[in-house]
Structure formats: structure tokens, C-alpha cells
Design a protein around this ligand. Structure first.
Ligand code: COA
Ligand code: AMP
Length: 633
């Protein structure tokens, strides 16, 4: 596909003529049979792209490159400072491993349309598992390793997998985390019982296998016949990725095949400005959307080398870890979350570790997952001396909504803004009634339908819940973020307007945490909200009202609450602080004033809401927030 001339033209064409815009992009994809319709609006507000088309996602990630002369190019660099392993895997080797593992899945009865849950650490087998599903037309659902059994069980019950694929352990810095008891615990809790589990035994820790249900990965793969690609329709589901909503029940974001390949490939060229053969590193986790799109799929669709890094930005072994990986593997583009850079800055503010490495291969740093605060932006720009690009997106879209599209036209950067809407996304700012707001005014960030290819066509088995995104303001998709356009048309994302928070770039639901805290026998009611944190952006904190007559110490109760959230959601929730208060501030109609509590916790100015029942409660909240290290200093 020829490169679009400039941003304004590309954007305009994508909105006024989406059919021709995306048909051009789709020419870059290998189809078994071309589509009949580019944009299918017949089921509005459910939109479909490339209906009638047939393709295979795994073919576009692996086979086509092997056929076109990239067989011996490295497809994946597995760099694991926590195990001391660096392994390069060529496209040919990946294809062999994936075909064989797909054969193993087939042997267990997995076929097109079946679901498979993948609960894996950051090892190459996670990529093999995912791509093998895609090869068979099976629907994978990767669950982040940091989630506790209860969260895994919720996903198992919703996805109803035929097979679960896991590993004996994950390695988090210096900790070896045994996965098998977590998996067994989840299967025990879940109502749906998968017939088979496949366990990759890592040398750091072997897991006991359950006879008749569990299979050893290596043994199964050794015996399997390689499986070939199964053509699927463009609109068939490729994966489900559960993400936090405002309640304890996660949303199963569904992604289909055709639009996904088209959009991701387009994004590599036009947003990230990479070409086949480049080394692309998304320092995230395969359990998050960034990992799906930019560790696994997009770099492979593009014929790049993707880096799979099993380590942290600091402590594995030091804050020079990222520079070491860039230098050692000639990384051209790095993509991570601002938190990672804040962690490096905290340990090495002068970036002295950087002096030890030659990072001349690096062209750009892309950041997403949470707001990029100007301090981090300026620091990263200064130490790297290269473009630092903030871009905004979410699990639902699967690829960036707003970015500086470097492959189209590099626009001047404004700190605090992810630049402008990416072609395909008609972003608008509206008020609660759906009225478009003028530039400079803050409101709800919405996207005029249809969403471009690659975004969620619906939620897994839950069309009704999908409609919540698009029916509240008819004709628009509600992103859940608040923000504004400045006078030059630059978008500023100011944060979530619902109960979703971002902790170290990880999306979590305060509503889900409240549900858990409320279950404690001594708790009468509670509010959990995200408070600003210098490292992680936000952390959840709780304010708890106890039942009358409770005599146990507050410390004891808070400790139990912290443990409950850790046990039910997982360590990744980072719920570590809560304060016991006599009452929560409420409106006269009984609604908890969470927004006001949040402002107090962040030490921000607030006006006492006119609807408040008892303003004196706010003073008590201020004092409690201070006691746990928040509020006005
Ligand atoms: N499996 C099991 N446990 C996990 C896990 C996994 N895959 N990922 C995280 N955890 C655990 C951690 O060990 C930690 O446990 P602890 O409370 O017992 O210490 C807890 O979950 C919180 O993890 P995290 O928020 O990552 O904090 P951290 O202190 O371990 O690391 C950073 C802090 C900033 C270094 C880390 O968050 C980071 O690298 N962030 C980069 C951002 C990123 O990758 N975002 C993804 C979206 S782009
Ligand atoms: P997730 O679904 O985990 O990718 O989280 C999506 C949410 O993260 C968005 O709705 C935003 O609230 C936030 N987010 C992601 N990227 C950015 C960014 N560049 N700037 C501001 N917020 C962001």
C-alpha cells in the first residue's frame, strides 16, 4: 500500500470514505478469498468489516513470511533476565512449533470455534499457544498471570474452554510463582470443567499433573502431527480478552480475524513507522491488550522481529535493563507504559546506566496504557534524545485511537497530549446529552460509529452489554475517558469518568474491589477509588465504615481487607491501604460522593457539593486520608 501523503488527508479520507481507505489497507493482507463488503452496516449498531472474506491469522503471522524469504529471520527474541536465557527463534522454527502444537490441540479435539484459555508467563510457549489457536480457528482467551484463581475461574466460566494451556510457574523478579495451584484452584471454583489442560514444565519448578486431565506440553507436542491453517471468515472470533468494567464481572472483549490483521498491519506502517525486518519491542505482558497486539500479532504480521522480555524495567538486575535489551538486540522501536520510565527514573534519575550501552538503533519510544505525565515525557525525551510518542487506546479498540502517526506525518508534539485521532477514529467531545462541545471544553470522549476495523465488534456472548457502549449516546461509542481538544485539534485525555483505574498501566475496577471489601463480616459499607501515585500513576485506596459494635482493631481489619482483595483479584490489584471512617460523604439521596473523596485523597481543591447530607464528614475523610499517606500534605 502506498503511504498516505499527510495526516489531514489520510484522516479525512478514512472518515469520508472508509470503504476505499480500508480496502486499500486490506490489500496488504493475505486472503484465502477476498471480502464481499468492506464495511457491513446491515446489523447496526453492530458493525462488521470485510464480510465474506476468508483468511487465516496465523498464516499472515508466520507462513507467509516463511514462503516469502523470511524463514531464517528471527521472529522472536526471548530475553529473560530472570532465568538468564536469551533465545532467538526464526520464522521457520516458530512455524514448526506452532504447527506441531496446533496438531496437539487438534488431537485433543480442538477445532474451529472452540475456546481455549491460556494462562501463561512471558515465555515463547505463550506465543506458540496463541498462534496455534489462530491456526485452527479456535478462539483463545489469555488470562494475565497476575490474576488470582477466582478471576481465572470467572473467565473460565464465561469462555467455557475446551482446553486450558498453562505453565508450571511464572517468575516475577526474584520470586518464582507456582502457577499450577492457581490453575487447579480456579478449575475447582469454576462451574465449567475443561476436559484437558496442557502444562509447560519450566526447569525452575515442575508441577504435579492431574491424571486424565493434564498433559505435559513437550510430550504432547512431540507426538503431534503438524496442523495446517484453517480458513475462517473475516468476522469469526479470533480471541476474547477480558478487561475490567465497572463491576466485578469483567467484559469479554471480542476481536475478529479480518479487521484485526488489516488494522494492526496498517498501524505498524503508519503509526509506528516500522518496516519488515525491524526489531520491535513492546515491554508489556501477553496477558494485556498491548501484549496481544504488539508483542504477538502486529510485529509478526509485519515480518518484524518481536522481543519477548521476561523481566522488569528495574531490579532485573538494575535500571539499565531496558538499555541493555535495546543495545543487545538492536531494538528500533520500544513501546511501554509510562510507569516503566517512572520506575527507571526513580532509581537512576541521571540515567547513568544508559552511558554503558549503545542504543543508536532506537528510533522512537512509544508510551501508552495510562496518562503520560509531562515530567516523565520531558525526562524520557532528554535522556533518549529521540521522539517520545504518547498514544492513547484501550482493550476495546485493540490499537491506538490517538497518536502521532509517524509513518504518515510526524506532527509537532505537545506534552500531555497523545496528539490527534488516528485515521479511522472520528473522536468527538460531547456533554452528557451527546451535544458536541467546542474546542477547549472538557467532556466525554466518544467515537462516532462505526469504529474502524480491528476494534471490538461485540462482547463475547453478551451483545446486550456491548450496547451499553453505543446506546447511551446513540451513534457514538463511549470510551469511558474524559478529555478535550485544544484549539489546534490536539486531544487531551484527562482520565476515566467511570470506576476503572489504571495501576502501573494495568486496568482494574474499583467497583470489583468494593464488592470484595463489602463482603468482609465487619464492613457496613465502603468506597474504593484510585488515588494518585508517583510510581504507578494510580493506586486503589479504600474508605471503610464498620458495622456497629465491632470491637476488633482497625489495623487487623484493614490487613484482612488487603488480603481478601489480593486473594480474590490478585497481587496485581495493589490494594494496600484503607482507612476506617465513621461515615462516607453522601448526597441527600444516598449516593456516595466518590468524586469528592478522590479529590480529598489527592489533596486537590474541592467544593463542598450542595447536595451533601453532612459536610462535617468531609473533614473526617481528610484526616483519615492523611493517616494513610494521602490527602493534602
Ligand atoms: N504474575 C504474578 N504476579 C504478578 C505478575 C504476573 N505476571 N505481574 C505482577 N505481579 C505481582 C507483582 O509481583 C506484585 O506483587 P507484590 O505485591 O507481591 O510485590 C504485584 O503483582 C504488583 O505488580 P506491579 O504493579 O507490576 O508492581 P511491581 O512493584 O512488581 O513493579 C513496575 C512495578 C513499575 C516495575 C511494574 O509495574 C512495571 O514494569 N510496569 C510496566 C508497565 C507495564 O508493563 N504495563 C503493562 C501495560 S503496557
Ligand atoms: P486498557 O484497556 O487496559 O488498555 O486501558 C485503557 C485505558 O487506559 C484508557 O481508557 C485510558 O483511561 C487509559 N489510557 C491508555 N493510554 C492512555 C494515554 N496515552 N493517555 C491517557 N490515558 C490512557
Amino acid at each position: 500500500m502506498s503511504r498516505d501523503k499527510n495526516y489531514d488527508e489520510a484522516f479525512k479520507e478514512s472518515i469520508t470514505n472508509p470503504d476505499s481507505f480500508w480496502a486499500k489497507a486490506a490489500e496488504d493482507v493475505r486472503w484465502v478469498k477476498k471480502w464481499e463488503k468492506v464495511l457491513d452496516e446491515s446489523g447496526k449498531p453492530f458493525y462488521r468489516w470485510f464480510t465474506g472474506g476468508l483468511l487465516n491469522t496465523c498464516y499472515n503471522a508466520l507462513d507467509c513470511h516463511v514462503e516469502q524469504g523470511r524463514a531464517d529471520q528471527t521472529a522472536v527474541i526471548y530475553d529473560s533476565p530472570v532465568t538468564g536465557v536469551v533465545r532467538k527463534i526464526t520464522y521457520r522454527e516458530m512455524l514448526d512449533d506452532v504447527s506441531r502444537f496446533a496438531g496437539a490441540l487438534k488431537g485433543l479435539g480442538v477445532s474451529k470455534g472452540d475456546t481455549v484459555v491460556v494462562y501463561m508467563p512471558m515465555i515463547p510457549q505463550a506465543l506458540v499457544a496463541v498462534l496455534a489457536c489462530a491456526r485452527l480457528g479456535a478462539v483463545h482467551s489469555v488470562v494475565f498471570g497476575g490474576f488470582a484463581p477466582n478471576e481465572l475461574a470467572i473467565r473460565i466460566d464465561d469462555a467455557k474452554p475446551k482446553v486450558i494451556i498453562s505453565a508450571s510457574c511464572g517468575i516475577e523478579g526474584a520470586k518464582v510463582i507456582s502457577y499450577k495451584p492457581l490453575l487447579d484452584g480456579a478449575v475447582k471454583i469454576a462451574k465449567h470443567k475443561p476436559g484437558n489442560c496442557i502444562i509447560y514444565q519450566r526447569p525452575q519448578m515442575k508441577a504435579d499433573l492431574v491424571e486424565g486431565r493434564d498433559h505435559d506440553w513437550e510430550e504432547l507436542a512431540k507426538k503431534a502431527e503438524p496442523a495446517s491453517c484453517v480458513p475462517v471468515t473475516a468476522t469469526d472470533p479470533l480471541y476474547i480478552l477480558y478487561t475490567s468494567g465497572t463491576t466485578g464481572r469483567p467484559k469479554g472483549v471480542m476481536r475478529d480475524h479480518g479487521g484485526h490483521v488489516v488494522a494492526l498491519k496498517w498501524s505498524m506502517k503508519n503509526i509506528y513507522d516500522v518496516k519488515p525486518g525491524d526489531v520491535y519491542w513492546a515491554a508489556s505482558d501477553v496477558g494485556w491488550v498491548v501484549g496481544h497486539s504488539y508483542i504477538i500479532y502486529a510485529p509478526l504480521f509485519m515480518g518484524c522481529t518481536t522481543v519477548l522480555y521476561e523481566g522488569k524495567p528495574v531490579g532485573t538486575p538494575d535500571p539499565g535493563a531496558f538499555w541493555r535489551v535495546i543495545a543487545q538486540h538492536g531494538v528500533n522501536v520500544l513501546f511501554t507504559a509510562p510507569t516503566a520510565f517512572r520506575a527507571i527514573k526513580r532509581e537512576d534519575p541521571e540515567a547513568t546506566c544508559l552511558k554503558k550501552y549503545d542504543i543508536s538503533s532506537l528510533k522512537y519510544l512509544f508510551l501508552a496504557g495510562e496518562r503520560l505525565d509531562p515530567d516523565t515525557y520531558y525526562w524520557a525525551s532528554k535522556i533518549l534524545g529521540r521522539p517520545v510518542i504518547d498514544h492513547w487506546w484501550q482493550t476495546e479498540t485493540g490499537w491506538p485511537i490517538a497518536a502521532n502517526c509517524l509513518g504518515i506525518e510526524a506532527l509537532p508534539v505537545k506534552a500531555g497530549s497523545p496528539t490527534k485521532p488516528v485515521p479511522g477514529y472520528n473522536v468527538m467531545i460531547v456533554d452528557a446529552s451527546g451535544k458536541e462541545l467546542p474546542r477547549g471544553e472538557e467532556g466525554y470522549v466518544v467515537i462516532k460509529l462505526p469504529l474502524p476495523p480491528g476494534c471490538l465488534p461485540t462482547l463475547w456472548n453478551d451483545d446486550k452489554r456491548y450496547l451499553e457502549y453505543v446506546e447511551e449516546i446513540p451513534g457514538y461509542y463511549i470510551t469511558g475517558d474524559g478529555g478535550y481538544f485544544d484549539k489546534d485539534g490536539y486531544l487531551f485525555i484527562m482520565g476515566r469518568i467511570d470506576d476503572v483505574i489504571n495501576v502501573a498501566g494495568h486496568r482494574l475496577s474499583t467497583g470489583a474491589m468494593e464488592e470484595i471489601v463489602s463482603k468482609h463480616r465487619d464492613v457496613a459499607e465502603c468506597a474504593v477509588l484510585g488515588a494518585n501515585d508517583q510510581l504507578k500513576g494510580e493506586v486503589p485506596i479504600g474508605f471503610v465504615v464498620l458495622k456497629a459494635g465491632v470491637t476488633r482493631t482497625h489495623d487487623e481489619i484493614v490487613k484482612e481487607l488487603v488480603q481478601m482483595v489480593r486473594d480474590e483479584i490478585g497481587a496485581v490489584a495493589c490494594f494496600k491501604q484503607a482507612a476506617v471512617v465513621a461515615a462516607l460523604p453522601k448526597t441527600r439521596s444516598g449516593k456516595t460522593l466518590r468524586g469528592t473523596i478522590k479529590k480529598i485523597a489527592n489533596g486537590e481543591k474541592f467544593t463542598v457539593p450542595s447536595t451533601i447530607e453532612d459536610p462535617a464528614v468531609l473533614t473526617a475523610i481528610e484526616e483519615s486520608a492523611r493517616k494513610i499517606g494521602f490527602g493534602k500534605k
